[in-house]
Design a protein around this ligand. Structure first.
Ligand code: HEC
Length: 193
């Protein structure tokens, strides 16, 4: 009897641990895949941006960025289970607004950056319970680089500023300096497939 009780106890203790180990392996795989997707996304986006700037200057690139960034974000993920995008505490396009989970992570990244943590490699990976089941979520901090300042810096060329104001009347994404926290890549994967 006592042995049975001990066995039951052992099983009860083991069960959640085994589950947790599965979860953490799945999270690690997901994080690895997510990093790959971010890399592909950055590559495609930078290529499109650079091409557009070379072709018609930064004002032209704004339109290309607006039209192509969401298309690239849709084309990069391997299956419809994935969604990929960018979000920020200071938005240019309100379509990129963070949800509650993303808002909390953005705040955490900001606090960590303010405390002196490096933005490079700053990320969060989590299995989140929702009304429709579990989803895997990933975010990675985006620092402002020199090339970003043309369109997100403190002094925008007047023609560019006018075009941004026309396309994004609620724009908050200017006034950044190189090295500052710009926002984050965000990835969601439903666990159904
Ligand atoms: C040619 C101008 C231009 C340059 C250069 C540029 N951006 Fe942007 N950025 C934009 C536009 C336009 C949008 C809005 C895109 C959209 O409509 O989804 C945007 C949106 C974003 C967003 C999405 C969140 C939001 O505010 O809507 C992030 C993050 C971002 N940019 C970061 C960067 C970083 C980092 C760089 C430098 C590596 C950079 N950008 C360079 C024009 C630019």
């Amino acid at each position: 009897m006592r042995r049975l009780a001990a066995l039951c106890l052992a099983l009860a203790l083991l069960a959640p641990r085994a589950g947790a180990a599965d979860d953490s392996a799945a999270l690690q795989d997901f994080a690895r895949e997510s990093r790959g997707l971010v890399k592909a996304f950055v590559g495609e986006l930078q290529g499109a941006l650079r091409g557009a700037i070379d072709e018609g200057g930064p004002v032209h690139a704004i339109g290309v960025c607006k039209a192509e960034a969401p298309d690239i974000a849709r084309a990069v993920p391997p299956s419809p289970a994935w969604t990929l995008g960018r979000t920020s505490h200071k938005l240019r396009n309100p379509d990129n607004a963070p949800d509650a989970w993303e808002t909390a992570v953005l705040e955490d990244f900001q606090a960590r950056a303010a405390a002196g943590d490096a933005l490079k490699g700053m990320e969060r990976v989590e299995l989140v319970e929702t009304g429709e089941g579990q989803v895997l979520r990933y975010m990675k901090a985006i620092p402002v680089g020199e090339v970003c300042l043309t369109c997100h810096g403190g002094k925008l060329e007047p023609g560019l500023a006018a075009e941004i104001a026309r396309l994004y009347p609620q724009d908050q994404a200017t006034g950044f300096a190189a090295g500052q926290f710009r926002g984050a890549f965000t990835i969601t994967k439903t666990t159904a497939d």
